[in-house]
Design a protein around this ligand. Sequence first.
Ligand code: NI
Length: 186
Amino acid sequence: MSLLEIHVLGSPVLREPTKPVEAVTDELRRLVDDMFETMHAAKGIGLAAPQVGRLERLFVAEVDEHKIALFNPEIVSATGKPVKAEEGCLSIPEIYGDVERPPSVVVRGLDGEGQPVDLEASGLLARCFLHEIDHLHGRLFLDYFGVFKKRSALAAWEREKTKYPALRRTLVAAKDLAEQHNEEAL
Ligand code: NI
């Protein structure tokens, strides 16, 4: 497995539409493994292919005991009174804001092995699915902000963005961080 670079806001790939996957190949299974490893290193709960510079219609998510890779996801239904909660995004570090989303969804797609699945989710997992599916259509969570909130978020991002001159985040694997820590301790 290997860590992938995460594209940050300003990288054009985040605004490009993705393409449905025809078949889940070994190469795509490796991409799934790499995306999980990258998401863990970034301490995220979801990661979509455009965030690692890829245009396959794919995301990975891990919330509680649910660890999911989903190709070609579609929303079958989204129900319930929309709930507001704070979100962030691995592609827009340090920027957070409330987004209203339906509390329950059913999504359909192909699992990590290419088998068709329908997944029901509620709460944080539903929110995560909707956030990641948005990524696959070039939408970002701050697109839901009102005009003033969006303006201040973008101003904050202009400052934060200077940390990422190439519009990429390079991560350190969780185990390497632990090793670095041990060396310091010694
Ligand atoms: Ni995101």
